[in-house]
Every structure is written in C-alpha cells, then in structure tokens.
Design a protein around this ligand. Structure first.
Ligand code: ZN
Length: 140
C-alpha cells in the first residue's frame, strides 16, 4: 500500500511538475547529466543573501529524475543554502538506506523516493537534482 502511495507522488510530480520552468532573475544555473539513463536537466536558482528565494529546472529525463528534481525544489525554495545542503546530505543517506525515521519525515515528499534504495540502477536518476544542487553549493 505504501508503495502505491509513493508511486502516486512520483507520477504526480513527473506529470505535473510545479517547478519545471525557467526562473526569472535566476543568478545561478547548473547542468546535471546522468548518461547511464539519459537524464539531462539544468537547475536554476535565484539566491539572495544565502537564501534560495526561487528555483526551477528545465530539461528531460525519466520519471524518477524529473519527479525528484521537482520534489527537491518544493523542499528547498525558501530555505537557506546551508539548510538545503543538510537536506541533500539526508537525501543521499536515504537513498543508501542509512536514515532515521525523523530524517525521512523532514524530507516530506522526497521520502517517496526511499524505494529507489532497492533499485541501484535508478539511484543516479534520483540524486541527479540534488547532485546538481551540491555542485552549485561547491561552486563547481
Ligand atoms: Zn533516469
């Protein structure tokens, strides 16, 4: 039952992404590519004083990569870059199965991607958005 609930969240974000759009006034942009699946996104953020005031992504990819990027943006918009990095770290541990229930709760809908931890081939799809976010944080 939980699995179908999770699948619904992923389908919904894939079919009706809220953040798949160009961001007006974006001041950082980073492309993220996962060649093993063909996922290719560009993440755009508008940062003000270390806070993510707006964000979006463009590009294409499989349902998991698209849904994960959209869910990530739901979580990080309005947060500081520091807070977003903390969530990114939790997300990576969630995907490798090393996470507490409290942490999963903090991930809100991103928790729906926990099943990916049982699908090694899809891990790169799920982390693509977060990986791109980290690359921005590290100024790569
Ligand atoms: Zn993919």
């Amino acid at each position: 039952m939980q699995n179908s609930f999770y699948r619904e969240i992923i389908n919904d974000h894939n079919l009706r992404p809220a953040h798949k759009r160009e961001v007006p006034g974006a001041n950082v942009e980073k492309r993220g590519v996962n060649p093993s699946c063909g996922d290719d996104i560009t993440l755009q953020l508008r940062l003000e004083d270390g806070k993510i005031v707006d964000g979006g992504f463009v590009g294409d990819g499989c349902a998991i990569s698209q849904a994960s990027a959209d869910i990530m943006l739901d979580l990080i918009i309005g947060k500081t870059q520091e807070e977003a990095e903390r969530l990114s770290e939790i997300f990576r541990r969630m995907i490798t199965g090393k996470v507490t229930d409290e942490e999963i709760e903090q991930m809100e809908e991103a928790g729906a991607l926990i099943d990916v931890s049982h699908m090694p081939a899809r891990v790169k799809c799920a982390v693509l958005g977060w990986h791109t976010l980290d690359a921005i944080a590290q100024g790569e």
